[in-house]
Design a protein. Structure first.
Length: 365
């Protein structure tokens, strides 16, 4: 009797949501790659390794339609981390979204590179912030989003001496959210995407009455065209302080972050802005419904603006790849890929070069 009452209680609680339309989905992804990492240092052997593991971007989720006006979605990763969780309100002229999903600058993927957990040249030519909590208004293909700011903790990059001087003194103040705007046009044979974003916050060092605004922005454009079975996609972006902005990247260290420099602790400290840019190009050919080939290249660079102080830093990362998507049946495919990632940093003797070959296996259900 007790078990029956529990079942009835659960059904009563679930009754309102059961009235909605739930469309569940899942994606199991597995990586099988061999890598050879050469640090480009005399006398140091390259490091060879095998990756044989489920990808972290495997997922399960659902889209929900409560009625003609209210809907939403959720998505969890392989460790049950929150990837998406948002609700939508369609008010006729447009849509209001509240919750976590892809920001306007991160909603388009031009590359199908599968190495590094479906890396897709993200942070290597493709600007990418990811899925972030936000309030977004959409009017057709125009999107305006007010996004949770990415506040960078400079204690992560301070030296031991600086940490002692600034311990408990550095504070960050945010007054407005990050703002992004995007527009996309899609025709029968081609598409064009444009986007821009801006973020600002203030850092303070309390004991010396020091403060400075940390501004970060990005503007970008992408386009593509279909030539029957062949397609071409390309993108470009430029801006300032990508690391502070929250760009996800596949480079080492604090790539694209404004540098906290110290000339005389702590009275002449400041942040030197980091200028950044990136671009990518992808060429593909669909031989038939079972086989598609793709080749791509991505490049990203950052450089500190050293005009005001004696700080000189440059870094760049690039990737080449060639792959093929092989469809065995609906929902089951594999993508063998071969490629190389190179990273260079001015003044550093180590310049990692990663050669990889392998495949991603995926089943969607």
């Amino acid at each position: 009797m007790k078990k029956l009452l529990i079942v009835l209680a659960v059904l009563l609680l679930a009754a309102p949501t059961m009235a909605a339309e739930w469309n569940f989905y899942g994606s199991a992804r597995f990586a099988t790659f061999s890598t050879d990492v050469d640090m480009d240092v005399a006398g140091e052997d390259s490091d060879r390794d095998t990756l044989w593991d489920q990808q972290g971007n495997s997922r399960i989720g659902a889209t929900v339609k409560f009625n003609d006006e209210i809907g939403g979605a959720f998505e969890a990763g392989d460790s049950w981390n929150k990837r998406k969780l948002y609700g939508t309100y369609n008010f006729g002229a447009g849509q209001l979204l509240i919750g976590q999903t892809y920001t306007p600058s991160s909603a388009n993927f031009y590359s199908n590179s599968v190495y590094n957990g479906d890396g897709d040249l993200l942070g290597i030519g493709q600007f990418y912030v990811g899925r972030v909590p936000m309030i977004q208004l959409s009017y057709g293909d125009l999107k305006l989003a007010f996004i949770k700011p990415n506040v960078y903790d400079y204690s992560d990059v301070l030296s031991e001496l600086e940490l002692e001087a600034y311990a408990g003194l550095i504070d960050t103040d945010v007054t407005i959210p990050k703002i992004e705007l995007s527009y996309g046009y899609k025709g029968e044979m081609f598409f064009v995407d444009v986007f821009g974003g801006y973020q600002t916050y203030e850092i303070e060092i309390s004991d010396v009455n020091y403060s400075q605004d940390i501004d970060a922005y990005v503007v970008g454009i992408g386009a593509g065209v279909d030539f029957g079975p062949a397609y071409l996609k390309a993108g470009f972006h430029t801006g300032e302080n990508f690391g502070n902005y929250g760009q996800w990247n596949q480079a080492a260290g604090y790539f694209g972050t404004g540098y906290f420099w110290d000339k005389a602790i702590p009275y002449e400290s400041g942040v030197v802005d980091s200028d950044g840019m990136g671009y990518l190009g992808v060429l593909g050919f669909k031989a038939n419904d079972m086989l598609t080939f793709e080749a791509g290249y991505g490049y990203e660079e950052t450089e500190l603006d050293d005009s005001a102080v004696d700080v000189d830093y440059e870094a760049e990362i690039e990737q080449y790849y060639l792959n093929a998507t092989i469809n065995f049946t609906k929902g089951f495919f594999m993508v063998p890929e071969i490629g190389m990632i190179q990273y260079e940093e001015k003044g550093e003797t180590e310049e990692p070069e990663i050669f990889y070959v392998g495949a991603k296996w995926q089943i969607n259900f």
